[in-house]
Design a protein. Structure first.
Length: 275
């Protein structure tokens, strides 16, 4: 976690108050960012966004016109960011830090569009909503130590932060942890469906699958042993778990499937950056 306090940070302009933006904002408020120092920029806020703003006394405005930012957070979809750049350019001054959450959009693209080198590119994930997220980050060439500390404080409010020297590593992180929660949620769906096919009632199968993943994740958080060791602890020789793992760990099993999954996600991240 960062040692820097968010109490004196701002104004922070959050451009794109969707699910990820609000997940981050919730963490900032909880970590001490003053509501007066956070402005949500969204021309069509969802009901959940409006409710969040009312709950915390935040301003929602349709555009950043006339607003200055100490930190400009770009939490918009990469497909629309080219349209967003000219709308927010006027809010970027020489001392503004730009924090981008747009998957695949390079530091150079952002720096050229906003005419600043003070850019940090990052990718959090949705468990940021409950402070259990993890974010990767890479800093542009003009980012100062103070800028980095500010970015660290904002990101650490939502969970762990990993910094990279190579921007290409952020594309790999996006494919692993940025998209990763969806893989886990689908695992729950698949495990529940397998239980249903074994004759369990649908609701019971889902309850078992959900709680198994929740419990396994909590155990992994509490126990510093490696994932391999934790797996081995569950597996008796020639037992039921060993029989199941022979399928999961066999040829074309889960490791190969996950490799293809992450490769597809990274490929798409790189495509978004080129489009």
């Amino acid at each position: 976690m960062s040692d820097q306090s968010l109490a004196d940070t701002g104004p922070v302009l959050l451009v794109g108050a969707g699910k990820m933006g609000i997940a981050m904002a919730r963490g900032w408020i909880a970590a001490g960012l003053a509501p007066d120092n956070l402005i949500l920029i969204d021309p069509n806020p969802a009901d959940a966004t409006s409710a969040f703003a009312r709950e915390h006394g935040l301003r929602i405005v349709a555009s950043s016109a006339g607003l200055s930012a100490a930190v400009l957070v770009l939490a918009v979809k990469p497909q629309i960011i080219a349209d967003v750049f000219p709308q927010v350019r006027g809010s970027v001054a020489g001392d503004t830090l730009v924090l981008s959450v747009a998957a695949g959009i390079s530091l150079k693209t952002i720096s050229d569009a906003l005419e600043t080198g003070r850019v940090v590119r990052t990718m959090p994930n949705t468990p940021a909503q409950i402070g259990k997220g993890i974010s990767g980050a890479v800093a542009g060439p003009a980012v100062s130590q103070r800028d980095r500390a500010t970015a660290e404080a904002l990101l650490a409010a939502a969970g762990a932060v990993v910094w990279f020297d190579e921007e290409s590593d952020l594309d790999a992180l996006t494919a692993v942890s940025g998209s990763g929660p969806a893989y886990v949620f689908h695992l729950v769906e698949a495990l529940a469906e397998a239980g249903r096919r074994q004759g369990l009632p649908e609701a019971v199968a889902m309850q078992l699958a959900r709680q198994t993943v929740i419990g396994a994740a909590a155990l992994m958080e509490a126990d510093p042993a490696s994932a391999a060791t934790l797996r081995e602890n569950v597996t008796s020789p020639n037992g039921t778990t060993a029989a199941a793992l022979a399928v999961l760990m066999g040829e074309n099993g889960l490791t190969d499937l996950m490799d293809r999954t992450v490769t597809a996600a990274r490929r798409r991240t790189e495509e978004l950056g080129r489009s």
